[in-house]
Design a protein around this ligand. Structure first.
Ligand code: GZL
Length: 333
């Protein structure tokens, strides 16, 4: 409201009315946020903001669907924001959620770092933040309520252990890495390296990011085949989509993926099972994206002021060609 230099009685009374209303509003809002148990008012629809990385992979698409389906099932008003792979856009989305006064925020963080400031703003606004899928590095872990994610280091180790068995501990490996700075890329690299360190005959001869995307995975594999085509004997991809891109590149180079060059990847999306049935992919380590139910359980617990573990680790399984055909019909994503 624009106030004149010398306010009349009329202006002052309307100013007072605005002040009372907004205080009441603020009081009501903070009451909503801090009401005993924090439970939303009976009949009040819960509003939750979800900041998603992008739609870069089958895994990501499945995760978004799980969150949206679960919100619909619970009658929750979901504000969905796709950041097109840019952390800056995730900051913008979270600021918008705060301005809208959402009851909670679910965040799938693109990268591990840079979250202190924006999460302090959410904490200031008394809006609980639930992390799904990827972890972050912050000095104060009270800035988020809980993290629901797989153990990416373990996934990398499982991939390395499987490849060691498949190649009897002798392999010249091309590694297709996920997005730079993303927890799964950092930790899957770490776990795989730890596993193959036990096998002197296993060596990573080249490693480059394909950003978790099929197209980039293909491009990177094409380039690395030009440089290392004569030496490479196996491929490790941080996700199935990059492995599918690599399969295309290997075929274009006149070699048989899964036969001349065994491939192990991570996610266990349906397309990976189809590739294993076709003999073009050898093994995929599951990384379950169906996080919607757990995410909203955490939101509802946080709203009621119930304590939550700092991290809930999703259990993952290993699938190879021997089980691909029988498992394919059971795949939910
Ligand atoms: C894992 C997730 C990764 C998937 C990729 O939790 O962050 O990002 O493995 C996705 O497919 O792009």
């Amino acid at each position: 409201m624009k106030m004149p230099l010398f306010p009349s009685l009329r202006h002052l009374s309307s100013l007072a009315a605005v002040a009372i209303f907004s205080l009441a509003g603020c009081d009501r809002q903070s009451a909503d946020k801090e009401s005993p148990g924090g439970a939303p008012k009976p009949g009040k629809t819960l509003t939750v903001g979800f900041s998603q990385v992008s739609a870069e992979s089958d895994w990501r698409v499945a995760e978004s669907k799980s969150i949206k389906d679960e919100a619909a099932k619970r009658g929750i008003d979901l504000k969905f924001s796709d950041s097109q792979g840019k952390q800056e856009n995730q900051f913008k989305a979270i600021r918008s959620f705060i301005a809208q006064g959402v009851d909670a925020i679910i965040l799938a963080p693109k990268v591990e770092t840079g979250w202190e400031e924006i999460l302090k703003e959410a904490k200031q606004a008394k809006i609980p933040v639930v992390l799904v899928d990827r972890g972050i590095k912050v000095s104060d872990d009270s800035l988020y309520v809980t993290l629901i994610a797989s153990d990416f280091v373990a996934e990398g180790r499982l991939a390395g252990d499987w490849l060691a068995k498949k190649t009897s501990g002798k392999a010249q490996i091309i590694e297709l890495e996920g997005s730079p700075g993303a927890a799964p890329a950092i930790d899957r690299k770490k776990g795989f390296a730890e596993s193959i360190a036990a096998h002197p005959g296993m060596k990573i001869i080249a490693s480059q990011s394909g950003d978790f995307e099929t197209g980039k995975g293909k491009e990177v594999m094409e380039t690395l085949l030009q440089q290392h085509g004569k030496d490479v004997t196996a491929v490790y991809a941080h996700n199935d989509n990059m492995a599918l891109g690599a399969i295309e590149a290997i075929k274009a180079a006149g070699k048989k993926p899964g036969v001349d060059i065994p491939i192990v990847s991570i996610d266990a999306v349906r397309a990976a099972f189809t590739a294993m049935v076709a003999g073009e992919l050898n093994c995929t380590i599951e990384c379950n994206p169906l996080l919607g139910p757990l995410a909203f359980d955490a939101v509802e617990k946080a709203r009621k002021g119930e304590s939550l573990p700092k991290k809930t680790v999703i259990q993952d399984r290993v699938f190879d060609q021997s089980v691909a055909a029988s498992e394919l019909p059971n795949r939910k994503y």
